[in-house]
Design a protein around this ligand. Structure first.
Ligand SMILES: Cc1ncc(COP(=O)(O)O)c(C=O)c1O
Length: 400
């Protein structure tokens, strides 16, 4: 087997490379000899043609989640979609109530937005997940109040890969007359998403977690019954008044193509990634003191799907995660959320599921993707074995 080129990229949950087929589509909408016109230009054919490109991408994204294209609002990414969902919904539905329910292990795009809402006078209940990283429907039911306007719980956790039962959670929210938002940035292409079957009212999406470009995403906003969202960005009234700003045709066409490819390759991608995950887990068996923070299928029920196969959060007992990260410079991984990598605080997500502080500080997130190879997994394992035993072995005595 040939040695893979270094560093080996095992940080697909932070971002994925743009698929070459997506990049090829994006290149059609930039230069003077191409379709670069403003899709909002109504006065010439080039504008209408660019608008058609946008509408085709809108259909591709809608198809991927079982939505109507008119329910897709383009944003700059899932962060903006989360802001629009939480702030936009709570402000537009004050008469429904001022109470929001979310969890302590949401992405910062939801956590910080909920804190901002608290400062604005809204009230937030913070649910604590179990050790499996999931919120149980009964737990949510106990937190619901007459004035709960919105529940926001993520579909797949970005650090653990744990999967929430969003259909069951949405059903509880609806029992109490509240709307249900889910951040599905890490879920697209990893678990089936269908906004109708799962009864989702608002869903945040991102292109760059699914082989599309960075800087573009979308918010699904249900039409029947109509979910009202107040704009955060004002301007030309684009996106039915919910999000103004000239639409970036190349970015949006890229997101559409990436989501269409995701649908075509869903089984193939997941089979490939599951094989890699199994290989990686087998390889780690030989390393002592290794624990998975990611909830894996139990030995009794191998088919049980508790986490997505592309994310594996692993604790190396007695090894400092930052030192491991430094020593493992030929493997690009993360000590939790990429946004927190500059900080030495343990991951709030790991602490949030009850991981002891020391073990949280010894944890790394490995994430695989479409372009990861078995040779890369094997080489990364070899480097991990070597590095972990090096960091664990006692320092040599100085010579007399
Ligand atoms: C669960 C989750 N939500 C939101 C985001 C933010 O997405 P974007 O980079 O598109 O703003 C991320 C990416 O890190 C994520 O993993």
């Amino acid at each position: 087997m040939t040695t893979p080129s270094l560093p080996i990229y095992l940080d697909y949950a932070a971002t994925t490379p743009v698929d070459a087929r997506v990049a090829e589509v994006m290149q059609r909408y930039l230069t003077v000899d191409q379709l670069f016109a403003n899709p909002a230009s109504r006065s010439h054919m080039l504008g209408w043609q660019a608008e058609q490109v946008i509408e085709q991408a809108r259909r591709q994204v809608a198809d991927a989640i079982g939505a109507d294209p008119r329910e897709i609002v383009w944003t700059s990414g899932a962060t903006e979609a989360d802001n629009l969902a939480l702030i936009g919904f709570m402000r537009a539905n004050r008469e429904r109530g001022l109470h929001l329910v979310t969890s302590t292990i949401e992405h910062k795009a939801v956590v910080d937005t909920a804190h901002a809402l608290e400062k604005e006078g809204f009230e937030v209940t913070w649910l604590t997940p179990g050790q499996d990283g999931c919120i149980q429907p009964d737990q949510l039911r106990a937190a619901m109040r007459d004035d709960t306007a919105l529940v926001s719980l993520m579909a797949v956790n970005n650090e653990l890969g744990s999967i929430n039962d969003i259909a069951a959670l949405a059903a509880v929210a609806h029992e109490f007359g509240a709307a249900f938002h889910t951040d599905a940035a890490q879920a697209v292409g990893r678990i089936p998403l269908d906004v109708v079957a799962q009864q989702i009212d608002l869903m945040s999406l991102s292109a760059h977690k699914t082989y599309g470009p960075k800087g573009v995403g979308a918010l699904y906003v249900k039409r029947h019954p109509d979910i009202r969202v107040e704009a955060l960005i004002h301007g030309g009234g684009h996106e039915r008044g919910m999000r103004s700003g000239t639409l970036p045709t190349h970015q949006i066409a890229g997101m559409g193509e990436a989501f269409a490819l995701m649908q075509q390759q869903y089984d193939e991608d997941n089979a490939h990634i599951t094989r890699l995950q199994q290989r990686f887990l087998r390889g780690l068996e030989g390393v002592e003191g290794v624990f998975s923070n990611t909830p894996l299928a139990s030995a009794e029920n191998r088919t049980e799907k508790r986490a997505v196969p592309n994310i594996l959060n692993v604790a190396f007992e007695g090894v400092d995660g930052e030192s491991l990260l430094m020593a493992l410079r030929d493997v690009a991984v993360s000590t939790g959320s990429a946004c927190n990598s500059a900080s030495v605080d343990p991951s709030y997500v790991l602490l949030g599921i009850g991981t002891p502080r020391a073990l949280a500080l010894s944890s790394l997130r490995f994430s695989f993707g479409r372009f990861t190879t078995e040779a890369e997994i094997d080489h990364a394992l070899m480097l991990i074995h070597h590095t972990v035993s090096g960091l664990r072995s006692p320092p040599r005595q100085a010579a007399d």
